[in-house]
Design a protein around this ligand. Structure first.
Ligand SMILES: [Zn+2]
Ligand SMILES: [Zn+2]
Length: 138
């Protein structure tokens, strides 16, 4: 995978670069991601925490996960695009919304998680590993 991987929000006010090889990729079907993404799921690219370099002004929205951690979702204050997140518990990696990559075709998910909250109109690749809830617990 060619580095850095780049991405931006819809209006271009917030841009980011990923300077290390992602450590995972999967589609999150939880209700919170459904609302934040405005879609059936959030395509999440997990990148080493410090490899994500962000430019531009963004806001964060905090919500509490099922296990009691705080999930901060970063979004553009101008156009509202959900770009990336961070978890209050781990500094190892953070998710990036793969739909905001400049070349989203490089995203190769290998799992579906929070499948228990997926909508009946959602569609999934049957070949990917499925997790009822989160794929890991902090
Ligand atoms: Zn924007
Ligand atoms: Zn989710």
């Amino acid at each position: 995978m060619k580095l850095p991987i780049t991405g931006a929000c819809l209006c271009g006010a917030v841009k980011y670069e990923i300077h290390a090889t992602p450590v995972g990729a999967g589609n999150c079907h939880c209700r919170t991601c459904q609302r934040a993404a405005g879609a059936a799921y959030m395509p999440a690219l997990f990148v080493p925490y410090n490899s994500l370099i962000i430019t531009g002004t963004y806001k964060e929205y905090a919500s509490i996960s099922e296990t009691g951690n705080t999930i901060h979702r970063g979004f553009c204050a101008n156009c509202g695009t959900t770009l990336f997140g961070r978890n209050s518990v781990t500094k190892k990696f953070r998710p990036v919304n793969a739909a905001t990559l400049d070349d989203p075709s490089i995203y190769l998910p290998n799992m579906d998680f929070w499948v228990s909250e997926a909508q009946p109109w959602d569609t999934m690749n049957p070949d990917l590993t499925k997790f009822d809830k989160n794929f890991l617990h902090f």
